[in-house]
Design a protein around this ligand. Structure first.
Ligand SMILES: [Zn+2]
Length: 113
């Protein structure tokens, strides 16, 4: 889950592992998971997975070390897909047409980091 937390008196966006609850401190340590239907399409919140089970949300974030544990505990291996978190964030930024240089220039470092 993505949440805003107070860090040293400042609000900071952080990603927490949906398996262990810990902070994913570096993008290279995380994966993004999503559930899929029988034909591999992403599942949306109101849908059920390929075995007809309801899902909590369309995206999950986990530490790479927690990925298999989450898959085993939820028995969703055949009904899910994942991407390295850093690659997922790059795709997301691309699809949102993020101008990284402009965003970096407008970000007030220290306010939200
Ligand atoms: Zn974890």
């Amino acid at each position: 889950m993505i949440n805003i937390v107070k860090v040293e008196g400042r609000s900071a966006p952080l990603i927490f592992c949906d398996w262990c609850g810990g902070t994913i401190a570096e993008a290279s340590h995380g994966n993004c998971l999503w559930l899929t239907t029988n034909d591999g399409r992403p599942v949306t919140t109101a849908m059920k997975d390929c075995q007809g089970r309801p899902v909590a949300g369309p995206l999950l974030f986990v530490h790479k070390d927690c990925d298999r544990a989450w898959q085993r505990a939820n028995d969703r291996g055949a009904c899910s897909a994942s991407e390295d978190l850093d690659v997922f964030l790059f795709y997301l930024g691309h699809n949102l047409k993020v101008d990284w240089k402009d965003a970096e220039g407008r970000a007030r470092l220290g306010d939200m980091l």
